[in-house]
Ligand binder design. Sequence first.
Ligand code: GRG
Length: 311
Amino acid sequence: MAASSDLLPDASHATALAAALESGRALVERALDHALPAEHAWPATIHRAVRYSLFAGGKRIRPLLVLAAGEAVAGATEEVLPLACAVEMIHTYSLIHDDLPAMDNDDLRRGRPTSHKVFGEAIAILAGDALLTRAFHLMAEIPAGWDETRIRRRLAAAAILGEACGTAGLIGGQVQDLESEGRAIPPAELERLHRAKTGALLSACVRGGAVLGGGEPADLACVGAFAATIGLAFQVVDDVLDATEGAAQLGKTAGKDRAAQKATYVSVHGLEQARALAHELLGQALGALVPLGSRGAQLARIAHLIVERRA
Ligand code: GRG
């Protein structure tokens, strides 16, 4: 069995990491392009708006997690690719809606003016809706001739995704986020908010990818433990970056959490403790992968990327 330290990247792994991430990203870019109507398809405005936000240079961490989770259970890439596209569509929808005047009212996202600034509020709302709808449409497009096992896996992954987007996940977290502005919340409530708003979708990427890849129950338990931990770590790091980096680096307005008096890991625990917690969570996540041996290497690399990123 591999020790968790075997999963830590050294210098020789850095090149492999960059190459593997780049080829994963290229695969996802092509699949996303293929999964959406062309920019000029009727009615062109909505497709321009959808593509404007989707192809604006996101890091694609969620689809990469889906691909890596499939790899961790020795699943085929073609089985997990629809989910990889669906999670990026859903993530982009949540960013478009989060930036709206009725929510965070932001002008900058992924280094560009936000959707509503370019297309107006109505089209921005519809672009988010279109992405959410297309994500589940894509998951439901089951090719003719599939056997029952593959259909069941696809349905199970769609259910995991649906739960993560709903009131127990993304939506619930966003509601609590809005209701927490300007008031101090206890650490347990903050953790619940972060796990719902950000962790749920990241966790669904990993668990859904493993289900689609045909993971055995023991493998699913490992990736499930990894998923819960890395999902929380992602948002802790996001809180740190919001407090420490500028807009040019982040591609979005910086320092917004403090300006909006949002409860974050930095405001509740302090910067150093938030950083320490992110590294503690990384250690736990890597530990959860140990039983998978080398199959978990790509998940481990992405976990490092999540915690050590600067944007
Ligand atoms: C409006 C339905 C709805 C939900 C909003 C996800 C969310 C809930 C709001 C987005 C704003 C925010 C700070 C979310 C936390 C998740 C997060 C850190 C998003 C940024 O993800 P990255 O860094 O972005 O992966 P890129 O652009 O690289 O894809």
